[in-house]
Design a protein around this ligand. Structure first.
Ligand code: NAG
Ligand code: NAG
Ligand code: NAG
Length: 405
């Protein structure tokens, strides 16, 4: 489904100059090879060249200033300055350069509380469960410092978006969150809802803002909680995705939760590889606390869906996120790969290593990544990361440990 979106976008550019962040070259690219005024065609990888702001444009200076301001809260500004000045020379160069930076976060998605999403409210222990504290403790012992806790909005607020909490579900969710943060790690609250409530796209932005105010009030005093506005918006109006993210930020800050990071997600399943074709309008999101992190997801199978253990190539990891790296840097933003994975085989292993090396080499804009996925009910799932015997954990832990903060 992602490839058809790409085909459409590329086809429309066939007889014109490519616009800002549009494709302008690459193997089999049949569209425009020149860019609109103020943008230059920059090689990203063999399959993809992109219209990026021209080096000498005055906007570059302004963007660098923004990036330094963001960096104050996240990273040293020296790293940012060095990286920012080389932005337009080549995003691909960073792919092959030494992975010298340091990730702020490396962690694992935790599934369970969102399972059984065809049965609401469902039964604890049958349709859904919560993450296993002992398994997370094992991962923390290995150096991981972040968990993304998936849950279902329908189970937390069963009646309406603005309605009361289910006290038992909230209690269990909060117990998981507190376990993680008391152990010194970060807990991401991930309403795993794809921008929908009981299957319907959320269009009532006022209600969504209230939902977030109510939820954030529960966690306002815990600075190790991170709010993720929603998992993987898809097939939605692009302005609606912008608005839902913005009212979530507004609602969270209105709750008095002012110390926490907020992860925003994009349309088209928040894919990093399509970000610059789909989600560029999200650049205008604002946060009075300046703690927005752009959460993108990236799988390495042919359609990017994360449903196959076969990776496209040993270099696909870095290639698929390179254009997002350039976008983050040019706009002075911070990002995280909130979901990534590969099958237990040597091609995927090289691709995952390439992705992590790219994150590290570009740690002025990338804060880290989260493997998909952990949780007690994955069984022999191809990407399962539950200690001690999960397929992904046994194959990838020795590699990922090299990247823990
Ligand atoms: C380019 O197009 C040709 C002919 O359609 C095809 O055989 C080839 O696989 C394509 N290459 C890539 C990299 O997509
Ligand atoms: C919460 O967890 C307890 C076990 O700790 C379980 O008995 C209960 O059913 C759970 N309730 C919900 C709604 O998750
Ligand atoms: C790639 C992948 O595993 N995606 C998962 C995202 O989360 C939902 C809900 O847990 C799963 O059904 C998907 O398989």
């Amino acid at each position: 489904m992602k490839s058809s979106i790409l085909a459409t976008v590329f086809a429309t550019g066939a007889f014109a100059q490519s616009g800002a962040w549009g494709q302008c070259g690459g193997i089999n690219h049949s569209g425009a090879t020149t860019c609109v005024s103020g943008y230059s065609c920059v090689y990203v990888n063999d399959w993809y060249s992109q219209c990026q702001p021209s080096a000498a444009a005055p906007t570059t200076t302004a963007k660098t200033t923004t990036s330094s301001a963001v960096a104050t809260t996240l990273k040293t500004s020296t790293t940012t300055t060095a990286k920012a000045s080389s932005t337009t020379s080549s995003a691909a160069a960073a792919t092959t350069s030494a992975a010298s930076g340091k990730l702020k976060w490396l962690g694992v998605n935790q599934s369970g509380a969102e399972f059984g999403n065809d049965v609401f409210p469902g039964t604890w222990g049958k349709h859904f469960t919560f993450p296993d504290n002992a398994a997370m403790q094992t991962l923390i012992g290995q150096g991981y410092n972040m968990f993304r806790v998936a849950f279902s909005m329908e189970r937390l607020t069963p009646n309406t978006l603005t309605g009361a909490f289910d006290a038992a579900y909230l209690k269990n969710l909060t117990a998981t969150v507190n376990y993680i943060t008391n152990a010194g790690a970060y807990a991401i609250l991930d309403p795993h809802n794809f921008g929908r409530f009981y299957g319907n796209v959320i269009t009532d932005t006022a209600a969504f803002q209230t939902w977030w105010t109510n939820v954030a009030k529960q966690y306002a005093s815990n600075s190790k909680v991170i709010f993720d506005t929603n998992n993987e918006y898809h097939d939605m109006d692009q302005t609606l995705v912008l608005n839902l993210n913005q009212v979530a930020i507004n609602g969270i800050r209105a709750a008095g939760a002012t110390s926490q990071y907020i992860f925003v997600e994009g349309n088209s399943y928040s894919g990093a590889w399509t970000w610059t074709q789909v989600n560029t309008n999200l650049v205008s999101l604002t946060d009075p606390q300046n703690k927005i992190v752009y959460e993108m997801h990236q799988y390495l199978d042919s359609d990017g869906s994360g449903t196959s253990a076969t990776c496209v190539s040993s270099t696909i990891g870095a290639e698929r996120i390179a254009s997002a790296t350039a976008w983050l840097r040019a706009n002075g933003k911070q990002g995280i790969i909130g979901e990534f994975a590969g099958g237990a085989n040597s091609v995927c292993q090289a691709a995952v290593k390439g992705l992590l090396d790219h994150l590290k080499a570009n740690s002025d804009v990338w804060t880290g990544g989260l493997w998909w996925g952990g949780g007690p009910w994955w069984g022999d799932y191809i990407f399962g990361y539950e200690p001690p015997s999960g397929t992904g954990y046994t194959y990838y832990n020795s590699l990922l440990r090299n990247y823990t903060p």
